[in-house]
Write a protein that binds this ligand. Structure first.
Ligand code: VGL
Ligand code: ZN
Length: 257
């Protein structure tokens, strides 16, 4: 198998490539469970998703997540936290702090929460505005009090740069900096990422899109996720399926994972 010169056989380097990229992924999977932004502000605080178009109750993710954490043998567990400084660019009440681009679809004096504006830059930057939420070290940024935190789990903080928003748990929206998630997954040689949490069509969707783009096997747990907008949730599901991601319900996740 390792003879470079023998016809029809692969050499050592080629075998190493196949092993690392294909065989190991199948015979020695390493699972990561990623709980996205199950924080007070999204459930009952300033960005309460139950008041948004989809009218979903964010607290309903806690039961399936806790059940999975107690039944399933994930190799590693991560909790992400949206973790903004008070002057963050995504807050509607900060919109006058920075210059808007002349072509912004909404002007600063007319802008309301959930509108999309374009900041001047350079380069110009599209940004959806949200109510002030998940400010560092406030109650709204804390994980839901009933969420089970397992020993050895890693917390990942995102959205800490005041100038750039961060929906994906991998990178900020401009891909300037990566979070500790990237290096942690590499270090553990993770192959499969199980993703759930809030909000389905915002941070959960962006995170699973990045996981699939990197090449991880990514599995979205549908009943352990809740979102903002029904049409956007459907679009998120299509994107996942079109990019070879998998959508399951929590009862379909095997205990030996
Ligand atoms: C999120 C809106 C703004 C999320 C974060 O975690 O889905 N949504 N910031
Ligand atoms: Zn945010």
């Amino acid at each position: 198998v390792f003879d470079k010169n023998a016809d029809g056989f692969i050499d050592r380097e080629e075998f190493a490539f196949c092993w690392n990229h294909w065989i190991k992924v199948i015979v020695r999977p390493v699972s990561a469970f990623l709980v996205v932004d199950v924080q007070n502000d999204f459930i009952s605080g300033t960005l309460n998703i139950s008041k948004c178009n989809a009218q979903q109750d964010g607290s309903e993710v806690v039961e399936p997540i806790n059940r999975l954490l107690s039944i399933c043998s994930f190799d590693c567990v991560f909790y992400s936290l949206d973790w903004h400084p008070p002057d963050h660019v995504s807050f509607i009440d900060n919109v006058t702090m920075r210059e808007l681009h002349p072509n912004s679809p909404v002007s600063a004096d007319k802008a309301q929460a959930y509108d999309t504006v374009v900041f001047a830059g350079p380069p110009p930057m599209k940004q959806r505005l949200w109510p002030r939420h998940c400010v560092q070290d406030t109650w709204g940024a804390e994980l839901h009090k009933d969420l089970k935190i397992v020993p050895g789990a890693v917390k990942v903080y995102k959205g800490t740069n005041p100038e750039v928003d961060s929906y994906s748990v991998f990178w900020d929206n401009k891909k300037i900096t990566d979070t500790t998630l990237c290096s942690q997954l590499r270090m553990r040689q993770a192959t499969d990422i199980y993703i759930c949490g809030l909000a389905y069509d915002v941070c959960v969707g962006a995170t699973i899109a990045d996981a699939l783009a990197i090449g991880y096997r990514a599995i979205l747990i549908d009943d352990a996720s809740r979102g903002v907008d029904l049409a956007d949730i459907e679009a998120t599901k299509s994107t996942i399926v079109n990019n070879n991601g998998v959508i399951v319900t929590s009862d379909e996740v095997p205990a030996m994972v």
